[in-house]
Design a binder for this molecule. Sequence first.
Ligand SMILES: [Zn+2]
Length: 273
Amino acid sequence: MPELPEVETIRRTLAPHILGQTIKKIQLLWPGAFVLPAGVTPAAALRRRSVASLDRRGKYLLLGLDNGATVVTHFRMTGSLIYYPQPAPPARHTHVIIHLAAGQLHYADQRKFGRLQFVPPGELGALACLNKLGPEPLGESFWLEYFAIRLNGKKTPVKAALLDQTIICGLGNIYADEALFQAGILPFRESGGLKFSELFLLYDAVRLTLRQGIEAGGTTFRDYRDADGQSGSFQNRLRVYGRGGQPCLVCGRPLQKIKIGGRASVYCPDCQH
Ligand SMILES: [Zn+2]
């Protein structure tokens, strides 16, 4: 599932191809992937509009049009957006093709949980899925004291708090497990029970891990690709995620795997406290 570093990588690789381009046509191979307000057709929403901006909020990609409308992409489990400089036949599971003045943008999604959502001009501020998001972990509004206040008194496991998009947005299972290992904190610890010194380590670890993920172009296990169709390389640098039962890279003891809030969590019982 694309997390912050993967969506940021898609944004960075896509922007130079599509900014300023005019949309010629939209082709829906599976109409369910493109969500529109009642009475608006895909052609009326997008045709002859040009791409004015490409932003990211948490795990959402926001494609801004010249009239103030926005196409919000929710990648969910297996969504991908790939730019083709030349017209390309749709790969399997391609649901939407946006024909640009030069090239095409293909949205594919094997599991069909992701969506492209058209938001008319002026209505982005009212979009519930964006409104409830906490601060960007790499932005200026995420600071240590905020983190401490949000976790204060919380009984939930710290892993669950990291995945709570209303506290900070953009972290998923991969980067949450890696950040907890980096900080040396057990995932099932009570959020409100962390010492200030531990919060400081975790705050730093979250930001460091996400930055390293972006530098590596994201993590590719199966589906994730950037907008040029390239894999990321952060999977080669993972220390705990997906390594349950394997030896810890620091101490050599077997890594443990448990479920927290229904999600698999891998940690080292020796290096994390
Ligand atoms: Zn260890």
